[in-house]
Design a protein around this ligand. Structure first.
Ligand SMILES: NC(=O)C1=CN([C@@H]2O[C@H](COP(=O)(O)OP(=O)(O)OC[C@H]3O[C@@H](n4cnc5c(N)ncnc54)[C@H](OP(=O)(O)O)[C@@H]3O)[C@@H](O)[C@H]2O)C=CC1
Ligand SMILES: CC(=O)N[C@@H](CCC(=O)OP(=O)(O)O)C(=O)O
Length: 343
């Protein structure tokens, strides 16, 4: 299968290159960004001697004729316009941005950008793979989940679906490494501002809030608004989402660990930690795993759920390829079985 990547010079694009270069079934047929006639190894010297593909102009007609799938690793606002040019052509699409995840009106409110049309948005399947496998398999247009929603939703799903928690009491305290902000320069992600620092941003205004709430409502329509805080960690890769939920009845940690193990027993990329064991971001770095640890505080009746992912892998390129694998009838793990980079 031939794959094209748009947004190849960004961090998500670079991670797609790393995965697809070693994928047994996908071959990289063309790479694109706003620039062309530049070798990818000139932009990314870590690829010297590994890949010397040239960046090419973005010509949707030509790409659709020569590739079976296109990955849009482009910024929100750009991806939606590109997706509209590829839909209904003979090519599958996986969009890594937030452009196809929300209804147009809600997108405008949270992203403060013009949305793409609801007609395109409505064709997209939300690619939280573990929970949407059947739809992903038959879709030609995938809206890949955001990095924070992936970690948060995988952590919350079992207790929301089983209706074990209060519907209006979810608090999510989430932290991301700096690569989550992309490759372009910004003051907050500069070394001097981020190193040895730890700061909260977009408090109660983060654009991933409605994406999380929307999926919680799919699982249980009674679910209400969440409190969601995002923070910037001075590390390169990794997200930790710590969710606090109020249990309706009393359960032990052991009972809930068993529920999570049972829920995810057919999900090779979700690893539930045993009682008393909590995951760290380094334990999933460079891999497509989402690791989940949990604990019930019997004093408060609350459960703490800690889920970690690599934002560039399960939070972006890894999950995008996991979805692409299913779209072409492959095992979801194909080309994604790399172990975490530890230490
Ligand atoms: N970083 C992360 O952890 C995650 C990112 N995402 C999403 O994935 C997408 C890519 O993110 P990331 O790789 O971090 O972003 P980067 O800022 O690192 O890269 C953006 C890429 O898009 C290209 N680009 C920018 N504008 C255009 C345009 N008008 N037409 C074509 N290409 C364009 C850039 O090309 P050039 O620089 O050559 O102009 C670059 O290759 C974003 O939508 C992001 O929200 C989702 C989950 C996690
Ligand atoms: C650390 C950091 O800045 N992360 C970014 C992630 C953005 C992103 O992935 O954008 P989408 O909305 O297109 O998914 C943020 O919090 O905005």
């Amino acid at each position: 299968m031939k794959a094209s990547i748009i947004g190849t010079t960004g961090y998500g694009g670079a991670e797609l290159l790393r995965i697809l270069k070693n994928h047994p079934e996908f071959e990289i047929s063309s790479i694109h960004s706003t620039r062309d006639n530049l070798a990818i190894s000139d932009e990314y010297p870590h690829l010297i001697g590994i890949m010397n593909n040239q960046l090419q102009k973005i010509e949707p007609e030509k790409i659709s004729e020569s590739a079976d799938i296109v990955f849009l690793a482009t910024p929100s606002g750009v991806s939606g316009e590109l997706a509209a040019q590829f839909v209904n052509k003979n090519i599958k699409i996986v969009d890594l941005s937030g452009d196809l995840r929300l209804p147009a009106s809600e997108y405008k409110q949270w992203y403060k950008k013009d949305p793409t049309s609801d007609e395109v948005i409505n064709q997209a399947v939300y690619g939280l793979t573990e929970w949407n496998r059947d739809q992903v398999k038959t879709s030609d247009l995938i809206s890949n989940p955001g990095c924070y929603p992936t970690a948060t939703l995988l952590g919350l799903a079992p207790v929301v679906i089983e209706q074990l928690i209060e519907k209006d009491q979810i608090i999510v305290d989430a932290k991301s490494g700096i690569s989550g902000a992309g490759r372009s320069l910004s003051r907050t992600s500069s070394f001097a501002e981020a190193n040895e620092n730890f700061s909260a941003y977009k408090v109660n205004q983060h654009q991933h809030t409605p994406e999380i709430e929307q999926q919680l409502k799919v699982w249980n329509k009674e679910m209400e608004a969440i409190t969601f805080t995002t923070q910037l960690l001075p590390i390169t890769r990794g997200i930790m989402a710590t969710s606090y939920v109020k249990l309706k009845e009393s359960y032990s940690t052991k009972q809930l660990v068993e529920l999570y193990e049972h829920t995810y027993q057919q999900s090779p990329f979700v690893r539930v930690r045993p009682v008393g064991n909590y995951p760290s971001v380094k334990e999933v770095a460079g891999s497509n795993y989402c690791d989940i640890g949990l604990h019930v505080d019997e004093r408060t009746g609350r459960m703490t759920i800690i889920s970690v992912i690599d934002n560039l892998m399960k939070g972006a390129a890894g999950q995008a390829v996991q979805n692409a694998n299913l779209m072409f009838g492959m095992e979801e793990t194909t080309g994604l079985e790399m172990s975490p980079l530890y230490p």
